[in-house]
Design a protein around this ligand. Structure first.
Ligand code: AMP
Ligand code: TRP
Length: 327
């Protein structure tokens, strides 16, 4: 199967990104043709720093490699280096309804947050995402739950295009992880863990052990002291149980049993230890990669070339079907 997904270079990767997306990517790369992108053009729809932007992109490339994506098996590249993404985005905008864009949850949230700087790019963001996906004739898109609505819209845009201009795109499926599709904030467990919220609310993938301990110990928990999974009445402890379960590979029911009568403190200390141990290899790998700029550049250059071969094939078909191209 052809797989496509992407992460924005804004902010630091946290365990929500890892469990919702990256962890699935690692498994998928073994048996599929995977294309994983650093979607820099999506990040510029909200205020960002130009002077550190390239560094942020390289950091994401390091992250991809540090978690174990293998550039021999997988295409890793930067979105803005393959201009077909923006070209297709414009063409797809002509089959996208404004009403659909206006009802996207992420648009509503971001336009509230950046009230004074709502630009057209923020509204059109999902069209660019549809272009990313459709350009590669993608069959499945592994993402966290917050992106499911965007992929639904991608399917709709693809279908409408195919109807209007003839069969052009494969219609992709959403691939959500069974567990961890929505990891919640440590400080406000009713909200998703988010890169753009306070650092206290996230455990970053490369977080130092001292900070992991501190953040887990002070994570918001619920009244009572039972370690019991119940997202509606105990959102804090349920989120920590989910994290524990995925990182340890132990079912939640078994963890509940193990910590029966032991209280939050002991559970949190064990969870902190588990995270410190499981995240250590990522920290180590990241350090190794940090001064290998030439290698990173080569991987991204090679990825760009491989991506462009697929992208340009699709674009030929798109232009032809739309009656565009050479006169
Ligand atoms: P972003 O940080 O918005 O570029 O998201 C990168 C990937 O991480 C996407 O597939 C998201 O769906 C996923 N993701 C982001 N936040 C979470 C979360 N709190 N829990 C699970 N997955 C998430
Ligand atoms: N919008 C996605 C996010 O915020 C990132 C993204 C851009 C993406 N293009 C994509 C994800 C294509 C999957 C496929 O997480």
């Amino acid at each position: 199967m052809r797989i496509f997904s992407g992460i924005q270079p804004s902010g630091e990767i946290h365990i929500g990104n890892y469990l919702g997306a990256l962890k699935q990517w690692l498994q998928l790369q073994e048996k599929n043709e995977c294309v994983f992108c650093i979607v820099d053009l999506h990040s510029i729809t909200v205020p960002y720093q130009t002077s550190t932007f390239k560094k942020r992109i390289l950091e994401k490339a390091i992250t991809y490699l540090a978690v174990g994506l293998d550039p021999k098996k997988t295409i890793i590249f930067v979105q803005s280096q393959v201009p077909e993404h923006t070209e297709l985005s414009w063409l797809l905008s002509t089959v996208t309804s404004i009403g659909d864009l206006l009802r996207m949850t992420q648009y509503k949230e971001k336009s509230k947050k950046y009230k004074k700087q709502i630009n057209a790019g923020l509204l059109n963001y999902p069209i660019l995402m549809a272009a990313d996906i459709l350009l590669y004739q993608t069959e499945a898109v592994p993402v966290g739950k917050d992106q499911a609505q965007h992929i639904e819209l991608t399917r709709e845009i693809g279908r409408r295009f195919n109807q209007k201009f003839g069969q052009t795109f494969k219609i992709p499926k959403t691939f959500l992880p069974k567990k961890g599709a929505k990891i919640m904030s440590l400080t406000e467990p009713e909200k998703k863990m988010s890169k753009t919220d306070s650092p206290q609310s996230c455990i970053f993938l490369f977080e130092k052990p001292k900070m992991i301990r501190k953040k887990i110990i002070t994570a918001q928990t619920d009244s009572g002291k039972e370690i019991k999974y119940n997202p509606s009445s105990k959102p804090g402890i349920s989120n920590l149980l989910t994290i524990y379960s995925i990182f340890s590979d132990i079912p939640i029911a078994k963890i509940e049993k193990e910590f029966k009568g032991k209280g939050y403190k002991i559970f949190k200390e064990k969870l902190a230890e588990l995270l410190i141990e499981k995240l250590e290899p990522f920290r180590r790998k990241k350090k190794e990669l940090e001064n290998q700029q030439a290698l990173l550049e080569k991987i991204l250059e090679d990825g760009k070339k491989r991506a462009q071969i697929i992208a340009s094939q699709t674009m030929k078909k798109v232009r032809k079907n739309m009656g565009l191209g050479k006169i």
